[in-house]
Design a protein around this ligand. Structure first.
Ligand code: GDP
Length: 297
């Protein structure tokens, strides 16, 4: 998993802290220097790391900690608590409208981030919760995207609305909404087109869909393997299009995973789910406390 390296490094720091019966301020500072290095190597953004270390140090060098029982254990507990708080503390669900009312969810993200796969994964989650779900294929640029959504929708037992690639994404989205309302759909998930990089056309297309259909939640899909880029992309999408939450994919890979620690702090928007593999069942709800435990090992 993405954090293996970070976990190993933090465990080495913690082992040293635990082995000491008492701690001085210098011991804590040295340990925090090592934690800082480990976080930076895991690709957590510099600004976030600095703030994080400051918060931990501020609490850990207090007399209560240093003169208390098990000071090492206390410092580790503080690191854990600050990690949870960095990632947003509470678990955030994707907000749905009350009762059976139609909720429209728009997926956004760069090409290859995992948007189409994640749209189908999410459809399965909502279906499990008893919702009637419709997927709409609005990625008319990537040739295989429509077919991919159809194949995955079928695997999930979820209907896929498509109009081929000759219509504009906005028109397909509008027609999908009409279809959804006629067929008592509760959740409509719109798959949109990505580009290789953040570009104006992509942003305008998303803004246009938002203007023309009553999008309730905009969910950004970002690839954890792209590290700092994932964080920057999240910031840009949030600024330009406005997002409600982030799904971080490919955390199963052998990557540095620091994006998971920075996205909430940088964008103010929560991570909702994490992608843990290519299979349609490989989507996990994001729990900041469990993620912190995973990272700390
Ligand atoms: P899109 O261009 O954003 O629609 O991206 P796709 O949904 O086509 O995904 C791109 C590739 O990433 C595909 O090969 C997916 O199987 C893969 N993928 C998506 N999510 C995950 C994930 O969480 N873990 C792994 N390992 N691969 C993923």
């Amino acid at each position: 998993m993405a954090f293996d390296n970070l976990t190993e490094k933090l465990q080495n720091v913690f082992k040293k802290l635990r082995s000491k019966g008492s701690l001085t301020e210098a011991d804590v500072k040295l340990a925090m220097k090592e934690v800082k290095m480990a976080l930076l190597e895991a690709d957590v953004s510099f600004k976030i790391v600095k703030q994080f270390i400051k918060s931990v140090e501020g609490r850990a060098v207090g007399q209560d900690v240093l003169t208390g029982l098990n000071p090492g254990q206390m410092v580790i507990k503080i690191v854990n608590e600050e990690l949870v708080s960095l990632m947003g503390s509470d678990t955030t669900e994707i907000a749905l409208k009350e009762g059976k009312a139609l909720t429209i969810i728009m997926m956004a993200g760069l090409q290859g981030a995992g948007k189409t796969t994640t749209a189908a994964k999410l459809a399965g989650k909502f279906k499990q919760k008893g919702k009637k779900v419709l997927l709409a294929a609005c990625d008319v640029y990537r040739p295989a995207a429509i077919k991919q959504l159809q194949v995955n929708g079928e695997k999930q037992g979820v209907e896929v609305f498509s109009m081929g690639d000759k219509n504009s994404p906005v028109n397909i989205a509008k027609a999908a909404v009409e279809h959804a309302l006629k067929n008592d759909i509760n959740v409509l998930i719109i798959d949109t087109a990505g580009r290789l990089q953040v570009d104006e056309d992509m942003m305008n297309e998303l803004i246009d869909i938002k203007k023309n259909v009553d999008v309730y939640q905009t969910i950004l899909v970002v690839d954890a393997m792209t590290g700092q880029d994932a964080v920057n992309v999240s910031g840009t999408f949030n600024e330009k299009v406005g997002i409600d939450g982030v799904i971080l994919t490919k955390l199963d890979g052998d990557t540095r995973g620091g994006a998971a620690l920075s996205i909430k702090a940088v964008t103010g928007k929560p991570i909702l789910y994490i992608g843990m593999g290519e299979k349609l069942s490989d989507l996990e709800q994001f729990y900041p406390d469990r993620m912190a435990s995973r990272i700390l090992g």
